[in-house]
Design a protein around this ligand. Structure first.
Ligand SMILES: [Zn+2]
Ligand SMILES: [Zn+2]
Length: 671
């Protein structure tokens, strides 16, 4: 097979000079999570999904990771609408936040997904910002002038999930969404393979396909295959059964409820998302379970252990989820018993493995029997394997192919599968977030990329944790913090010794040493930078840039600590201004020589090197009022650059900040 697509290039009736279709993923590539894709043609912009991702290690206090949406904000006038493929967090979780930042006039999606989304939007207070429009299988919706989108039922770990056939002036795009081919779906809703084949027959310009399991050979086992294994563990359990899975794995949860009924166990639910999703799914008829099956968690303790099944969140070891709290003995209602059987019916998302195994360890140490891992047959994926990918390629018969929804190696493996099916290598693109796929009826190419990256939301889900905040949090966590209180008069005199507080810093230097260093930095700033930082307004007191003073002292101390102690704590300097004329504090800095002469860079030579730099001169000036005036009038670079240049440039030394002019100042010390 040389090419899956039988159609000839350029036979779509396209006139030359038509704009290209642009497809721009802003999230979901080179990662699993925050799937967000932009389709553009002419003046129309359509979004497909807008998900979130969870923070990785080092993202302290970050709750949610979203894609950078600068591009959407800049182009919001062109946004005609959004399509949602299914209700997983990595596809809808970003929407409530985005609605606060830019306008999405209408969102089309499956009933279950939009119902879950409604809950999130209500919580975020953005219900009035858009219109939610539910769709049915094979329904076609028009978005803007140029897009019409057909929803093709597919099978996935979540119910009510769709593959999209997007008809554009450039051709038809099949966008798989998350899928597997499950021929015995738990809810009886089959993949509409016939419809997919219909589009393949007509001619598909490009296939964008889910790559999550592209490295795994064979077919993904059907969801039903876990049923007998779960049944065995539940029926053999002597005491309580505790099961954790994703709340959104609707089919899995359905089977667990069915098994509870079959085995004569009542069900207690723990975890907010578990309660929410089950309520929505039952309300909409995606899950059938009698009301009597459920018992409030407070009453479930009155039941015999053999008649109890607890279904809860925490399959990913999330620190605040029910099972994680139970494993730490911190749950108010549930404590682990040695007779418990605890079943992990989920596999860790890459990145969560460590927290999951830690939770398993803790539960085992409490004496419970823990069932987990691949060999038990208690979990299957919701995403296609290689043979399923081949089936998708065979049905869609695309001219061009772009693997999406996956980390880099998954994309590469998926492209390989496509090549094995006859899609030529130059008809395939491996792309990253922000890349622009430009498609015409005869060509595929990468255009100039748009801005892509991440936005981090803190625990409140309102504040954005920007790069600076994250860096500060990492510094706090890894290197601790030093606070420094300096009393400085409005005429630039240090009026008291600086007070230093150290928290979480591993250092051989004691507070006294640090306070001495701080004193040196303050003195340096007062001697060399005061003129720039204070502006004489003509009145009595000069207008002082106190923030600038603080920043200068912080930077100086930071450099010194990096150099002398190889630590980089967060440094916070607070200046308490004192009235002009307050007597100067007679510092120790002059009395005590630097025990470890610092390596000198351009700046340090002038800053505190003293021995050949400006400092020594400036000290003399301090002591000889007659020379003060002369030196003040003299041009600045008396800081003897020549000796500095002879010394090797130390690696830690930084280039002089732009515009830093060394000028000696006398007023502060003359008095
Ligand atoms: Zn999904
Ligand atoms: Zn997904």
């Amino acid at each position: 097979m040389s090419n899956l697509n039988g159609s000839q290039p350029g036979n779509n009736g396209q006139a030359k000079g038509q704009p290209a279709l642009r497809v721009i993923p802003l999230g979901g590539l080179h990662e699993i999570g925050k799937n967000t894709c932009v389709f553009e043609y002419g003046d129309d912009l359509m979004l497909v999904d807008a998900g979130l991702a969870f923070p990785s290690d080092g993202m302290h206090g970050v709750n949610v990771v979203l894609p950078d949406t600068s591009y959407l904000r800049e182009n919001q006038k062109r946004i005609r609408g959004m399509i949602v493929t299914h209700g997983h967090e990595d596809h809808i979780g970003g929407i409530p936040h985005h609605l606060k930042n830019f306008n999405i006039p209408i969102i089309y999606g499956p009933r279950l997904a939009l119902s879950i989304l409604t809950g999130k939007m209500e919580e975020a207070g953005v219900m009035d910002r858009t219109i939610l429009q539910t769709v049915s299988p094979r329904e076609v919706v028009k978005v803007g002038q140029h897009f019409s989108v057909e929803f093709i039922r597919n099978t996935h770990s979540m119910a009510d999930s769709y593959t999209l056939a997007i008809t554009t002036p450039a051709g038809v795009i099949v966008f798989t969404g998350d899928f597997k081919f499950d021929h015995t779906p738990v809810d009886g809703e089959h993949f509409d393979i016939a419809r997919l084949a219909h589009y393949g027959e007509k001619g598909v310009l490009c296939l964008f396909s889910d790559s999550t399991n592209a490295e795994l050979p064979g077919f993904c086992p059907p969801e039903r295959s876990v049923f007998p294994h779960l049944d065995r563990h539940i029926s053999q359990a002597e005491g309580r059964v505790i099961i954790t899975t994703f709340a959104s794995s609707i089919h899995r949860v359905s089977m667990i409820l069915e098994l509870a009924l079959k085995n004569g166990r009542k069900v207690g639910l723990l975890g907010r998302s578990m309660l929410n999703v089950i309520a929505k799914a039952r309300e909409l008829g995606y899950m059938r379970a009698p009301d009597e099956l459920f018992v409030p968690i407070k009453q479930i303790r009155d039941l015999p252990d053999r008649e109890t099944l607890l279904l809860m969140t925490g399959s990913q070891g999330e620190p605040l989820a029910a099972l994680s709290r139970i494993s730490r003995g911190e749950h108010p209602q549930v404590q682990v018993k040695s007779s418990d059987t605890i079943i992990f019916s989920a596999s860790p998302i890459p990145g969560n493995t460590i927290s999951v195994v830690n939770t398993i360890d803790k539960l085992m140490m409490l004496g419970a029997k823990v069932v987990y891992g691949k060999g038990e047959g208690i979990h299957v994926s919701g995403h296609s394997f290689q043979e399923d990918h081949k089936l998708m390629l065979a049905l869609a018969r695309p001219k061009f192919f772009v693997p999406v929804h996956g980390e880099h190696r998954m994309l590469v493996a998926h492209a390989k599968t496509a090549h094995s099916m006859g899609v030529p290598a130059d008809h395939t693109l491996i792309i990253d977030n922000g890349d622009v796929v430009e498609l015409t009826p005869d060509s595929i190419r990468k255009g100039d990329p748009v801005k892509a990256g991440i936005e981090l939301l803190d625990a409140s889900r309102n504040g954005i944790v920007d790069a600076r905040v994250l860096k500060e949090r990492q510094q706090l966590a890894e290197d601790g913090v030093i606070t420094l209180l300096a009393v400085i008069t409005t005429d630039g005199v240090m009026a008291a010794p600086p007070r230093v507080n150290i928290r979480g810093v591993v250092t051989t230097a004691d507070a006294r040493k640090l306070s001495l260093w701080a004193e040196r930095e303050i003195t340096w700033v007062l001697e060399n930078r005061w003129t720039q930082l204070s502006r004489n307004t003509g009145g009595k007191a000069p207008d002082v840039d106190w923030v600038g003073v603080q920043r200068e002292v912080e930077l100086g101390l930071q450099r010194r600590l990096r150099r002398e102690l190889q630590v980089e704590p967060l440094i916070i300097c607070l200046v308490q201004p004192a009235p002009a004329g307050t007597p100067a504090y007679k510092g120790r800095a002059d009395a005590e020589p630097d025990s470890r002469p610092a390596p000198r860079g351009r700046r340090d030579g002038g800053r505190d090197g003293g021995r050949e730099g400006g400092r020594e001169i400036s000290r003399e000036i301090v002591r000889d009022p007659a020379r003060v005036a002369a030196a003040a009038a003299a041009p600045a670079p008396a800081a003897a650059p020549a000796p500095v240049a002879k010394e090797p440039t130390p690696s830690v030394a930084e280039a002089e900040p732009e515009g830093r002019i060394r000028r000696r100042r006398s007023a502060a010390v003359a008095g």
